[in-house]
Structure formats: C-alpha cells, structure tokens
Ligand binder design. Structure first.
Ligand code: SAM
Length: 388
C-alpha cells in the first residue's frame, strides 16, 4: 500500500509561518519510509505517533500506509492545533486521537513512530512507558537530524529495549529502530514525574521528561523569586506564564496564601509537571494549571500580576518571537495598573519591547547574568517612553 500524499498541502499554522520554515522535513519522510511495512501490518488502533511537529507523520501514516485510529501525543498545544487544521485541510479529521503522555498512549501498540525529542529525559520517559505498555513485538522508529543525535539516545533507548539500531542517513536525517522491550520492565512503573526537594526554597519540584530544566530550579527563575515580596501587594489573581514545572507558581502561592495562581504553558509535559509540583507542595487549593498558547483563552484585562521567565532566545528571530508573543499576551491580559515581572539574560535588552507591549518598564534587579524588570500595564494610552 502506498497512495500518493501531497505533503505540500500541510501548513505550520498556528505556529509561525515563513518561506524558510517547513511543515514537513526529511526526518518525517524517512521515518515513514522505514516504518511503512510495519504500519501496513498493524491492526487498527495499534499505531502510535509521538512528537509529530505539524501532522506530517500522523497524516502520512494514514494516507500512505493505511494506519487506522492512530494514537498521537504532541507536547506543544500548537502542534496539536496544526495537526487538527492540517487534517481538515486534507480531509482526514477523525482518523486519529490525541492522548497525554501516559500508559494509555502506548497500551498494546505494535508500531511507534515519531521525531526524537530534544532532551534525553523526554526520550527516557517515552522509552519507559513504551517498554512497559506496548505489545511485546512492538517496533519503534524515532528519527532526527543527524547533527542533533547523540550516542546517549541509543543508550537511553537501550536501557529499556534489547535491540537499538540506526538506519543509514538520508538528507542529513537518521532513524533509530528499536524493538524487544526488556521483560523485567514489562507493565512496570516509570520514574516520572521525577521529584526533587529544594531546601533553600522549601519546595518540591516535579518534572515530566519534556519539562524545561527538569527538577532543577533555573538560575534566572531563582533570581526572579528574590523579588517576590516586592510584587503588587494587592494582587488577587496571578499567572505564572510559561510555567514549566510550576516552580514560580508554587513559590508565589506559598509566599501569598490568599492569592490564586494560574500556572499556564503550551507544553503538555509542563502543565502535568506544574500540577504535580502544586500537589507535592500541598498547594492545589491555590494553584491550578491550564495548557494554552500564550494565555489565548484568558479574557482581556483580567489578571493583576503576571510572572514570566520567557522562552530562551538563541539569537534567531524565531526564538525572540516566542518571548515577545508572551509579552504581548501579558499586555492584553493584565488589568490596567497590573504588573508583569520578568527575567532575561542581561544582553537581551527586552526593556523596549516590554514598554511597547505592556507599559512603563523598570529594571529592578541585575546580577552578572540576568536582569529582572517590572512592567506596569498602561491604561490603553499611547506607548510610554522607556523608564530604566
Ligand atoms: C524558560 S522556560 C521557563 C519555565 C518555568 N517558568 C521556570 O521558570 O522554570 C519557558 C517556558 O515557556 C513555555 N512557552 C513557550 N512559548 C509559550 C507559549 N506560546 N505559551 C505558553 N507557554 C509557552 C515553554 O514551554 C517553557 O516551559
């Protein structure tokens, strides 16, 4: 079986779109080619896709290899949305279902395909769940760009599977092909979420594999937390924007027992981790979590205080855009007079952007690496001059 499928019909929307940004890459195509025969032999409901970027693997498995009732996990909510939009565009809606990164995703799977995650912890969580829950004869095909692949990925998969081999490279991509889950881990528990107690903050941090910083507390986050007692003292509602493991939400809720804090992130691993962190610190009455893209479902002018350690900027406009998107969202969601507290690498100089997106911005702290600013939401007036 191998029908034609026009990958060019796929788009990245609602993720950033530009001429040099693609919705399908060589890894998607190579994984589909390597896994094709296994997918064609799989019973309905037994093909699982992890880490599909915009839907090329899921829709390709259905269109090219006849996969039915595909189970899919995508960490960013925008990936889920892109797959849903693309499925409508190519008339394949309803032929797959999204599941969280839990046992149910992998139970009885005979084929697992996907993009290798960036971090080893994310790969370890997939390997542990898959080895425990998938069919004993499961075949796993995880691909990536050769330059991003390391020997440790083979070792991580080898901790749970007896057979790990690599395909030949094609167009700078390669596929790790994995089978024979180790019998001693069948139906067993996983290590996730990992838990660590930070005595200096008196906080437990819980982390699923794909959550930013794992169970560590990021150095920028730690610096931002030094300013908790200077933040809007009358705030009744607060948001930890881009919450990751929910460290900021938990620390804020702990410091202000009367304050309700929403921990929100686009990442499924992040919100699952933040929920676990809130529970581990006995803060579930104060902290609740929401998976959302840049607070898109929160009303305008509805929150008094937002704290944000924005996504990393790696020198490309794409990454800067991720932080600026959160600042724009804060400007929309804060009440007039509400505060956005943020931390960033001192060389980034986000002050001007914060001033434009939210309002007058003051630098309140600087150390060797980071700057902490507070921006006060202007009352819908024109942009104010930068205040430093
Ligand atoms: C630098 S990490 C900070 C995580 C956590 N607040 C901490 O301090 O450890 C930035 C976080 O922003 C999240 N993020 C990036 N873009 C986002 C968006 N559009 N909407 C919501 N969260 C986003 C990422 O998933 C990531 O968890």
């Amino acid at each position: 079986m191998s029908n034609a499928f026009d990958f060019k019909a796929l788009r990245r929307f609602p993720d950033l779109e530009a001429d040099n940004l693609v919705a399908v890459d060589a890894t998607d195509r190579l994984v589909l080619a390597e896994a094709g025969p296994a997918i064609e032999a799989a019973p309905a409901g037994c093909v699982v896709v992890v880490g599909d970027r915009y839907g090329a693997m899921t829709l390709g498995a259905i269109a090219l290899h006849g996969a039915q009732d595909v189970r899919v996990h995508q960490d960013p909510i925008t990936g889920e949305q892109a797959l849903a939009h693309n499925a409508i565009r190519v008339e394949m809606a309803g032929r797959f279902r999204h599941l969280p990164m839990t046992s149910e995703l992998f139970t009885g799977a005979t084929v697992i395909i996907g993009q290798l995650p960036k971090g080893l912890d994310a790969l370890r969580e997939i390997a542990q769940l898959a080895a425990a829950q998938a069919d004993a004869d499961v075949k796993v095909f995880l691909g990536g760009r050769v330059k991003h692949m390391t020997r440790s990925m083979n070792d991580t998969l080898g901790d749970r599977f007896a057979s790990v081999t690599a395909s030949l490279a094609q167009q700078k991509s390669r596929v790790l092909m994995v089978s024979d889950p180790l019998p001693e881990f069948r139906a067993g528990p996983t290590d996730y979420p990992l838990r660590q107690h930070h005595a200096d903050l008196n906080l437990w941090v819980c982390a699923h594999g794909a959550a930013f910083a794992g169970t560590k507390v990021d150095v920028g986050t730690r610096f931002l937390l030094e300013f908790l007692d200077r933040m809007n003292p009358t705030a009744a509602s607060a948001v930890d924007l881009g919450c990751g493991t929910g460290v900021i939400a938990a620390a804020l809720a702990r410091a202000r027992p009367m304050l309700n804090v929403l921990a929100t992130d686009q990442s499924a691993a992040a919100v699952a981790s933040a929920a676990a962190t809130a529970a581990a610190n006995e803060l579930i009455a104060q902290v609740w979590v929401l998976r959302d893209d840049a607070m898109s479902t929160l009303p305008d002018a509805s929150v008094d205080l937002i704290l944000c350690n924005p996504p990393f900027h790696l020198g490309t406009s794409v990454h800067a855009g991720a932080a600026l998107k959160l600042f724009d969202a804060a400007g929309r969601v804060l009440v007039p007079g509400g505060e956005l507290w943020t931390v960033f690498n001192f060389h980034l100089a986000y002050d001007g952007q914060l001033n434009r997106a939210v309002g007058p911005t003051r630098v309140v702290g600087r150390n060797a690496k980071f700057t902490v600013t507070v921006s006060t939401r202007r009352d819908n007036g024109p942009a104010q001059p930068l205040v430093v």
